[in-house]
Design a binder for this molecule. Structure first.
Ligand code: LLP
Length: 415
């Protein structure tokens, strides 16, 4: 059951009325449910429990310290893509030894920080990166633990901006070149081969492409083993989608059943890198209607959240549920729910049927993932605060930015 539910006439997060959150913390405000985050993690980890496995939460979905802290307490590892995300894991009390480091463009400084922290694995995405990492590790007198991210060339059937496993994408090493790169890695004294890695895309609602890609990767692992290159883990990436509207994504149990079947009898540890699945439905963006602008052909509800708080509708045409915190009984009408930013792309939802009055609160669902983490200060808007609900408690896990903070790192010209 969702942790966001109506009790009486009002939408609650766990035991807290969202109007009380708005009153105390202001709007716009991201509200997360500790119960939902915990349940999502446990569903994922327990579904894989029969296999040697490690869940590495993909920080990019939501890298707020309290969320990373919660997953660390639950025993999660982490998938990171930058030195900044590594620093967040450490600051939140996560264990760097269960961190996998993905990404196509790691800097020397990021490689050094990862090696010094003792991460589980660095996923290399090109031949040049492997050589570079070998040189950095040799300079430090260390051996770099490595996986090669292979590009299995499978169409995941999702939005092109979040497809990563096609031959024409920038991610991973071409499938045909991967074995040669492993042979090269095996000959580099400062490289220690740990595993193999893939990730074909995000918001996947069909298991078939994942099955096809994992099958290809397992075949490659077997071919490498036949040459004496043995892997200790196989990382199948993240990407399983959630329901925003009417999608029917596979359940954690369905996904795990497929992996159990594919991994039966194997010795390697299975690594998964879920992001959206763990946090997406565990957060809402709470916003207040500032002005109603009736008109033809469109009526607008101008709210205090905007594309800088939730970019997904503008960038991917993504559909997020939008519900009134206290639904009215009046006749609903169709509104475009838009923000104050000076762009026509600044919309949070189009053509939504709602009964609204100025001052009403709206909850935009599916805002636990890729909302705060993709937020910006566009139009010099301070970033919204974040609140974690825990039963009947609320904890402000990030306070609202102040206007002064917006240009605290800037200066005027000297003359
Ligand atoms: N592992 C790697 C290497 C990734 O690149 C990603 C996401 C994940 C794991 C986690 O994927 P997830 O389980 O969350 O689907 N901003 C976009 C999503 C970008 C995903 C990028 N990579 C959105 O809002 O839909």
């Amino acid at each position: 059951m969702s942790a966001f539910r109506y009790a009486g006439s009002e939408l609650h997060a766990e035991g807290v009325a969202l109007s009380a959150v708005a009153e105390r913390h202001g709007t716009p405000c991201y509200v997360y449910s500790r119960e939902a985050l915990t349940a999502n993690y446990r569903a994922c980890a327990s579904a894989l429990a029969g296999l040697p496995s490690l869940v590495c939460y993909a920080l990019k979905a939501n890298s707020s310290l309290a969320i990373v802290d919660l997953f660390a307490r639950l025993g999660s590892g982490f998938d990171i893509v930058s030195g900044g995300e590594l620093a967040r894991v450490v600051a939140a009390g996560g264990d760097p030894r269960s961190v996998v480091f993905s990404g196509v463009g790691k800097s020397d400084a990021e490689m050094e920080a990862a090696l010094a922290a003792g991460v589980l694995c660095i996923n290399v995405e090109s031949a040049s990166e492997l050589e570079h990492l070998a040189a950095v590790a040799a300079r430090l007198g260390l051996r770099a633990p490595v996986s090669v991210r292979v590009n299995p060339d499978v169409d995941p059937g999702t939005h092109p901006y979040i497809s990563t496993g096609l031959r024409e994408s920038k991610f991973g090493v071409a499938f045909a070149d991967a074995a040669a790169l492993y042979r090269r890695a095996a000959g580099l004294p400062s490289i220690e081969i740990r595993g193999i890695d893939m990730h074909i895309g995000s918001q996947l609602t069909d298991l078939a492409p994942i099955r096809e890609a994992v099958t290809r990767v397992l075949g490659l692992a077997d071919a490498l083993a036949a040459e004496g290159i043995r892997l200790s883990h196989i990382d199948v990436g993240g990407g399983v989608g959630i329901r925003y509207r009417d999608e029917a994504p596979p359940s954690p149990a369905d996904y795990a059943r497929m992996l159990q079947e594919l991994f039966r009898g194997r010795r390697e540890t299975l690594v998964v890198e879920p992001g959206r699945r763990l946090v997406g439905d565990a957060g809402v963006l709470l916003t207040r209607v500032r002005y109603l602008k009736p008109g033809t052909p469109r009526a607008f509800a101008i709210v205090d959240a905007a594309m800088n708080d939730l970019l997904r509708p503008s960038l991917y045409d993504a559909w997020h549920p939008i519900d009134a915190v206290r639904p009215r009984r009046d006749e609903p009408r169709r509104y475009d729910i838009v923000g104050p930013i000076c762009e026509s792309a600044d919309f949070l939802g189009l053509d939504r049927e709602l009964a609204l009055a100025e001052g009403d609160l709206l909850a935009i669902g599916g805002a636990g993932a890729y909302a705060m983490s993709m937020s910006s200060n566009y139009n010099s808007r301070p970033r919204a605060c974040e609140v974690m609900v825990d039963g009947s408690d609320t904890i402000e896990i990030r306070r609202r930015e102040t206007i002064a903070e917006l240009f605290a790192h800037e200066q005027r010209l000297p003359r």
